[in-house]
Design a protein around this ligand. Sequence first.
Ligand SMILES: NC(=O)c1ccc[n+]([C@@H]2O[C@H](COP(=O)([O-])OP(=O)(O)OC[C@H]3O[C@@H](n4cnc5c(N)ncnc54)[C@H](OP(=O)(O)O)[C@@H]3O)[C@@H](O)[C@H]2O)c1
Length: 260
Amino acid sequence: MNNGYILITGASSGIGYQLAKIYAQKGRKLILVARTLAPLVALQQQYVGNIEVIQADLSCLEEAKHVYLFTQKQGWFIHTLINNAGVGLLGDFTQTELEEEIAMVNVNIQSLMILTKLYLQDMLKMNKGHILNVSSVAGEMPGGPQMAVYYATKAFVTSFSQGLRYELRHTGINVSILAPGPTLTNFVKTATGTENSTLFAMLKFQTAETVAQYTEKHLSKGKLIIPGFWNKLMVYGHRFLPRALVIALINRIQSSKKAS
Ligand SMILES: NC(=O)c1ccc[n+]([C@@H]2O[C@H](COP(=O)([O-])OP(=O)(O)OC[C@H]3O[C@@H](n4cnc5c(N)ncnc54)[C@H](OP(=O)(O)O)[C@@H]3O)[C@@H](O)[C@H]2O)c1
């Protein structure tokens, strides 16, 4: 991880921001990507010389390609790509806004796939690199009523990353998946519109800092990185239950969010 840059998407808040802070403190060379520049610039000013920032809206696929072209033009080799940017949306699929779902699919799936495809070419030339795709415990579930598209995007991230890791098994390139559970970040507010619901009283939240610290510690060996005991229990435990029951339970939990 010492040669080249670590590129983190969604580095302006939450898990991505905390990861950026950890790597900046370790003196790593970073490229930070998000729409909101201020937190990125603040880190850049704090760790002078080690951080580059790129403002990009990853719901626009051309901007994802532009991120790659810009770094390529600068001659920056990305050794570690952290596809962390992600958004969620709560609500019945019949009631939610299609445009928001399209933007979610663009950020959570399409831009992640585009950046992976493009940076992978350079990693293959060097026969080294690491891709960390941020999925979710949701990505392991058989379905997520009331957040159906979000759960499906994370299932994509998990499935895609596992397939890619196998394809790359004889190369020097690693693919890891981070599957956080409920984490106290802006995501909670932006995805669900609330943070004071029954759901949030029920769930075991971690801080973004804890998730980022755990991730950094387990990245070099981790294939599926699941921070926290309760999240591991959800991922491995639900496999012993009928899929229909798991979906009904998720529906119950998600509905409590809407009701509150
Ligand atoms: N929090 C949870 O409970 C939880 C659980 C499981 C998985 N996750 C996953 O963890 C990842 C990080 O989320 P978080 O919890 O840290 O939430 P967060 O604090 O809301 O951070 C999301 C990041 O994604 C960026 N982003 C969102 N839309 C973007 C766009 N159109 N273009 C570029 N960047 C965009 C945001 O930056 P700007 O708004 O500045 O662009 C922000 O930096 C996501 O993939 C999320 O799905 C979160």
